[in-house]
Every structure is written in structure tokens, then in C-alpha cells.
Design a protein around this ligand. Sequence first.
Ligand code: ATP
Length: 307
Amino acid sequence: MTAVAAQAPAKVNVHLAVGPLRPDGFHELRTVYLAVSLFDTVTVRPGDGLALTVSGEGTGPPGGADLVPTDRRNLVWRAAELLAASAGVGADATIEIAKSIPAAAGLAGGSADAAAALVALDALWGTRASREDLAGLAAQLGSDVPFSLLGGVARGAGRGERLTPVLARTTWHWVLGIAGEGLSTPAVYGELDRLRAAGRVPDGRDLPAAEPVIAALRSGPTAVLAASLANDLQAPALALRPGLARALRAATEAGAAAALVSGSGPTVAALADDERDALRLTAALAGAGVFRTVRAVHGPVPGARLV
Ligand code: ATP
């Protein structure tokens, strides 16, 4: 076998309720993930030991090449070592990550790469891991990795890694407004804890139910989905990046049905009525001067798979 490629999607959390800090340092989450049509591709080839290269979005200036490490700090490297150890094979592969998902953007780009790597390396090494085996490894790699593997729509509990798939046949159109500089996910959670300690946002003891947003995702209409979107990380992301308020306003002024921060930010996810409206919104937001890049996407789309 010479080369195997797999792709995995970015995600938007259409519902992200964050509970209080747990003793293990994580927060208990109730979330609803939606996989959207922005994909990273991981290509693997036979090698001697592990070697990793990264190209594409968020890997060069102004993001800075060091944003995505090419050593053991890269989640893909750890995915390779974990799969090799669990299958009892040597961790030997040359791995190329082609990024379309910007790094540190709240879109789970690193998680997508790890999920794609598990699928591609499983095929390259002939480890024949079941989907459940891969999901177990994914949960050890990071909170969002199991969803990057699964795709579609899913509820997430625990750190986000305990998934329940949701059937939602409706396709939703979004415009992602991507900022020039990323936000660190731990920093955003830390800011949420500070805002809560200061009594400036609710303490998270009562986690709101995800049912309304799930019902809206299943059947719409857009206005109902728009009204049910919520993200507890939006307030801390705004506190750390005050310019985000202008970006959210630009999206609603451009006629988005709703705009929210994606995950820990700073990407803004603007909900469109349909594909045509998404194209119109894309043009309007590209001209607004508040985003580095603007991308029209749709979801749900499948999780990590061979291409
Ligand atoms: P999430 O929404 O899952 O919390 P994110 O989408 O905001 O995360 P990622 O792009 O997943 O952020 O990456 C966050 C950090 O993880 C980066 O700053 C980088 O140092 C590190 N990282 C490790 N591996 C990768 C990878 N393959 N791609 C991008 N970042 C990676």
C-alpha cells in the first residue's frame, strides 16, 4: 500500500452548556455538535518511525507556523502512537496534514486531524480496528475527537466525549467568519471560571436542556433554530476578545438569522436561511472587514472517512 488519505470535518456547537469545574479540572458539558463541510485531509504512507508535515490554513503567517506543531505535541502524532500501541504494531508512517480548518478557531481542527489519522493509519497498518475501538482511542486523545470520528449531529456529555447520535436530515447552511488570530481553549474556560466567581454570568449549576435545539435541528424552521442556539463560552470569548462583539453584530446586520461564537471561538458561525442566502451572507461578511476569511459551509456531514 503506498498512500491512504482520510478527511474529517470541522464542527460547530449549536448548544454548549458548561457546568461548574469538576475535581479533575474539566467542566461537565451538555452540548450538541454539528459537523460542517470544512475538511482537513490526512495522508499517510509507509515510513520508518513517525514523520509529520503540515500545510494549509493557519499554518503560515499571520497565524504563525508554530501554531500547529509537527512533533509529539501534534494530536495526530499522539493518535498514531496510541493506535500503534493498542494494535501492537510499530508506529511507522509518514503523515501529511492538509489543513482547511483554521487552528485554534473553536472548530476542532486538531481533533478532526486526529480522527482522520486514526482512520487512515488503521487502513495503512491493516490493524482492522472496529469503529468502537477507534472511538475508545479517540476519547483518550481529546474531548472533541470522538465527534470528529462520528460526524453528523450528536449530543455530547461528560467532557463532550460521551456521544449520542441524533438523526437530523435537514441540511443547514452557515457562514463561518474566521478571525486572524486564534483563542486558546483553556484560556476561554479559565475566563468563564473568573466571570462566574465574580458573579457576572450564571454559575452553570442548572444546565439548560438540549431538546429545543435538537427539535429545531430536526425540522426547523430557521427562526426556531436561530432562537435556540446557545453557547456558554461566548461570554468569556467576548471578554478575552472584545472585537468579537463587532464581528457578531456584523453578521446580524448582514441579515444572518443568528450569529454565535463557535465553541471556544473566535470563529463566528452565522446561520443562513438556505444555500443562496449563505452565498449572499458570505459576500456581505467578506466585505465587512472584520474577518480574515469567510467560508460558506453546510451540515450535517459525515465524520472521518477514507477518501
Ligand atoms: P477545540 O474547539 O477542539 O477546543 P480548536 O478548534 O479551537 O479546538 P485546534 O485547531 O484543535 O483548536 O487546536 C488548538 C491547539 O492545539 C493549537 O493551538 C495547537 O497548538 C494544538 N494542536 C495540536 N495538534 C494540532 C493539529 N493537528 N491541528 C491544529 N492544532 C493542533
